[in-house]
Design a protein around this ligand. Structure first.
Ligand SMILES: [Zn+2]
Length: 253
């Protein structure tokens, strides 16, 4: 793979970084990331990953843009109302960086279609708004030993988790939440409310984690949860232990 003059200029501020360089930028351009949910988290995630030069980006979201989404889903504009989220987001991203291969999935992620959709992506980034999808993505990534960067936001707070299931010691979402919540399909934002900026803070940290995982630089968040209180402005990194009776442990035997 040889950079064009335009690519060297586009990515020059990253290439100049010693921890990235030409080799690192090529790694980014060769990588593939699936974004689950084009919402408050998916918006900044998609924008930053496209701008940074991730070679292949997929977005799955069946919903259409609603006016109540616009306080946080910054990839959409008022004239996008009622349009499908994944394809509308990708149209915006193409304008940011035409260098990238995009794939839109205008469907709901289920047990039946997840492998077909996710198999060609190295990293899955979860920005979904309900537990059913979060657990589905978690279990799939365990089975296929993929890297999962998961995020959650509610009110003024948020969390980020990185699970690298190619490593045997990685815990999973079920290690943190052992008992299946009863409100599997509930969209927290709708009931609890959400300050829009939290999507930006958490989504941008998720995008940052993706880039670090691809480049293999810095300290990975794998094995920890980052808990952010947006009001007190505290960032706590809490160790997440792998539970011996968890699904992720059974799978590794
Ligand atoms: Zn687990």
């Amino acid at each position: 793979m040889k950079f064009t003059k335009k690519q060297i200029e586009r990515y020059s501020r990253q290439i100049i970084l010693k921890k990235i360089g030409v080799i690192g930028q090529k790694k980014l351009l060769k990588s593939s990331v699936l974004i689950v949910g084009a919402g408050g988290l998916g918006s900044p995630i998609a924008i930053y990953l496209a701008a940074s030069g991730i070679g292949k980006i997929g977005i799955i979201d069946k919903d259409n843009v609603e006016i109540s989404n616009l306080n946080r889903q910054i990839i959409f504009s008022t004239n996008d109302l009622k349009k499908n989220k994944s394809s509308t987001a990708i149209n915006k991203l193409k304008k940011i960086n035409p260098d990238i291969q995009f794939k839109s999935f205008n469907e709901k992620l289920t047990k039946n279609n997840i492998n077909q959709i996710a198999k060609n992506f190295n990293i899955i980034i979860d920005g979904s708004d309900n537990f059913r999808t979060r657990f589905l993505v978690n279990d799939y990534c365990i089975d296929k030993r993929k890297i999962l960067i998961s995020g959650a936001i509610s009110k003024f707070d948020g969390q980020v988790y990185t699970f690298n299931f190619s490593k045997k010691k990685s815990p999973c979402l079920r290690c943190f939440i052992p008992n299946m919540p009863t409100n599997l399909d509930v969209d927290n934002c709708e009931y609890d409310g959400i300050l829009g900026t939290l999507g930006g803070i958490i989504g941008t940290i998720q995008a940052n984690e993706v880039i670090k995982e691809i480049l293999n630089v810095g300290n990975t968040l794998c094995g920890y949860i980052l808990i952010i209180d947006g009001l007190k402005l505290t960032f706590r990194k809490v160790k997440l232990n792998k539970r011996s009776d968890c699904y992720c442990n059974e799978k590794k035997k």
